[in-house]
Write a protein that binds this ligand. Structure first.
Ligand code: ZN
Ligand code: ZN
Length: 191
């Protein structure tokens, strides 16, 4: 599950996480009001009385009235946009993602089926080899212009509590797709 993008900022190889909006109200300070479903009068029953058969609320008995808003119970409407401490499970801001170095390497093997099904690293793309029609620069652009990962995919928490960004993002071409990983082994890989 991807968190919302934080206001994290880069300081050298470190990431300062900052704060994120209240997760109850997404920074709005108010939430919609829960009302009994008008179609079934809060019973959840369908027209013929069937339990859970109401088509309006799918048997949920309530609806959320977006026009009638009340103060958010999470943040009480105070500093809603910065109510919570960001974590490494929140999203990396696009500006930081795009500031990372990207490199391409290749391996003559197929993505292991687990990688194909469950994903590994930042993400895995099973494209049956379509990436081979892209140059390295085009592949980097495709990955960079795609979605931003969670912070924990490209940064790790150090023992001193700081968050260190990966040295670069490594795109590994494989026979039937490619995978994208945050890489820290700068000394080994840099030639
Ligand atoms: Zn209903
Ligand atoms: Zn809130």
């Amino acid at each position: 599950m991807e968190g919302q993008a934080t206001a994290a900022r880069r300081e050298g190889d470190k990431l300062v996480l900052g704060r994120v909006a209240c997760k109850h109200c997404w920074g709005q300070g108010t939430v919609a009001t829960r009302e009994p479903c008008p179609a079934c009068r809060g019973t959840g029953r369908g027209r013929r009385g069937g339990r859970g058969g109401c088509k309006e609320c799918q048997g949920g008995k309530y609806r959320w009235n977006q026009d009638k808003r009340t103060v958010c119970p999470g943040c009480q409407g105070v500093d809603s946009a910065i109510a919570e401490e960001a974590t490494v499970y929140d999203g990396l801001p696009r500006a930081v993602w795009e500031s990372l170095a990207f490199r391409v390497t290749s391996r003559q093997r197929a993505l292991h089926w687990v990688e194909g099904c469950l994903g590994g690293g930042i993400h895995t793309v099973l494209d049956y080899g379509q990436h081979r029609s892209l140059s390295d620069e085009e592949l980097i652009a495709e990955v960079r212009d795609g979605g931003c990962p969670q912070i924990c995919k490209v940064a790790r928490e150090e023992p001193d509590g700081t968050v260190r960004l990966c040295d670069y993002v490594l795109i590994t071409r494989m026979v039937d797709g490619y995978r994208v990983d945050g890489a820290w082994d700068a000394n080994e890989e840099r030639a």
